[in-house]
Design a binder for this molecule. Structure first.
Ligand code: ATP
Ligand code: MG
Length: 400
């Protein structure tokens, strides 16, 4: 019985075959199917060239057409379809000098990173496993397809992928592959940081993160990674990280909480991450710091976006061992007098009416911030007249 994700992709394989080409499931989906664990995405490999795929299917998005990859849309779902290819030489340790489209499945499988990822499955569930990947899966072994030194020299990302799979699958690394990882480690510095970030994020999400961290420290991966290379003792830094971290913002926040001298903006810049990651990281760090000093206050909860609750709970647990209950957070958030600035029953214009002689300037925002804080902390009720009175009697703005 095939996983429903494979079932959904079967019509794609059938259509490609009807047009006279070969098509197989490949990659992580086949590996996870053999392991009997959930499949993330179904990748399809085919002997048809991208132009043929574009003729067969009405909706095709040419995401990486020069490497032979297109996305086929079918029943509102996306499927990555990649033409069998072999890769020419790699003069820069990361990009093949040329991609050659081929029609031989075995050759396509031979360019893949690990034996467990080099298995194809046809639509009746039969496996094509020229490198004995199934056996390695059974023995929980990560082994490169072919000579590991050559394979890491071609593309050093495979070294990081090996650590990532240790973390996701709890496998160990076959002896020669491990030895080659040790000697090829410096090639990591040649990689584009975006590719690295993608794998490192998955590494920190893995269920077997503790094993992976131990191995990364043993092989000294950290000294070849942005930011981590500046930290004296990464293994002690990560000693308490026993639960998976769900996203780079959590990893970055943890680093900044433990080592404030490494600033968030520099971490995000070195890892070339987005502004959104910067803000999420900042929110998390500020919230954990507030928690450490004052405990779970209404102001903390007011500032923390609810999509960061899980991250916050995890980081507090790792940082101080304290368990915060998500229901309690949600309950406290519901009971806040206001949920956001827009709910304040007083505006900048109301302030100007009270102080008509003052020039507009930053004082307005600062004053509104104070009103917001007073409302959230229940020193002031969110009611126009109360706020007006508070402004007029108790609290003239500085230099008014
Ligand atoms: P996941 O389940 O996380 O998607 P995956 O093994 O499918 O894991 P992908 O990054 O989706 O990982 O890659 C799909 C397949 O492409 C891999 O299984 C592997 O066969 C091949 N592959 C990916 N990256 C490389 C690489 N750097 N070198 C060689 N083969 C690779
Ligand atoms: Mg995949």
């Amino acid at each position: 019985m095939l996983d429903s994700k494979f079932e959904a992709a079967l019509p794609i394989l059938e259509k490609i075959e009807t047009a006279g080409y070969q098509a197989f499931f490949v990659g992580g989906s086949v590996r996870n199917h053999i392991l009997n664990i959930p499949i993330t995405d179904v990748d399809i490999a085919t002997s048809a060239q991208p132009s043929a795929i574009q003729e067969i299917f009405p909706k095709v998005i040419p995401v990486g057409i020069e490497h032979g990859t297109v996305i086929v849309r079918h029943n509102h779902e996306s499927f990555e379809v990649t033409t069998f290819r072999s890769e020419g030489s790699y003069s820069d340790n990361r990009h093949p000098d040329q991609v050659i489209f081929i029609t031989d499945l075995n050759l396509d499988l031979s360019r893949r990173d690990f034996t467990m990822n080099a298995i194809a499955m046809d639509r009746s569930g039969d496996l094509f496993d020229p490198f004995n990947g199934k056996n390695d899966i059974r023995n929980k072994k990560i082994r490169t397809v072919g000579n590991p030194n050559d394979r890491f020299m071609e593309d050093a990302l495979r070294i990081i992928r090996a650590f990532r799979f240790v973390s996701q699958l709890g496998f160990s690394i076959e002896r020669d592959t491990l030895a080659a990882m040790g000697t090829s480690m410096e090639l990591i510095e040649t990689l584009a940081v975006e590719r690295l970030a993608n794998e490192i994020e998955k590494l920190f999400k893995g269920d077997y993160l503790t094993d992976a961290i131990f191995l990364c420290s043993k092989l000294n991966l950290w000294s070849n990674l942005p930011v981590f290379s500046k930290i004296d003792d990464v293994s002690s830094l990560l000693l308490n990280v026993h639960t998976p971290l769900n996203g780079l913002h959590e990893v970055f926040a943890y680093i900044n909480i433990k080592i404030p001298a490494i600033e968030i903006k520099d971490i995000v810049k070195e890892w070339k991450q987005s502004n959104q990651t910067f803000h999420a990281t900042k929110h998390l760090v500020e919230s954990v710091e507030l928690f450490t000093t004052y405990g779970l206050t209404p102001w903390l909860i007011y500032q923390l976006p609810d999509e960061l609750y899980d991250s916050f709970i995890r980081l507090v647990k790792i940082d101080s061992g304290e368990e915060i209950n998500k229901n309690q957070l949600q309950k406290m958030a519901k009971e806040l007098p206001i949920q956001n600035k827009k709910m304040i029953a007083f505006s900048g214009n109301d302030l100007i009416k009270i102080y008509p002689d003052r020039l507009k300037g930053p004082w307005l925002k600062e004053y509104l911030d104070e009103i917001e804080y007073a409302i959230v902390t229940k020193k002031l009720t969110n009611n126009y007249n109360d706020i007006k009175e508070w402004v007029q009697t108790c609290h003239p703005p500085e230099n008014a």
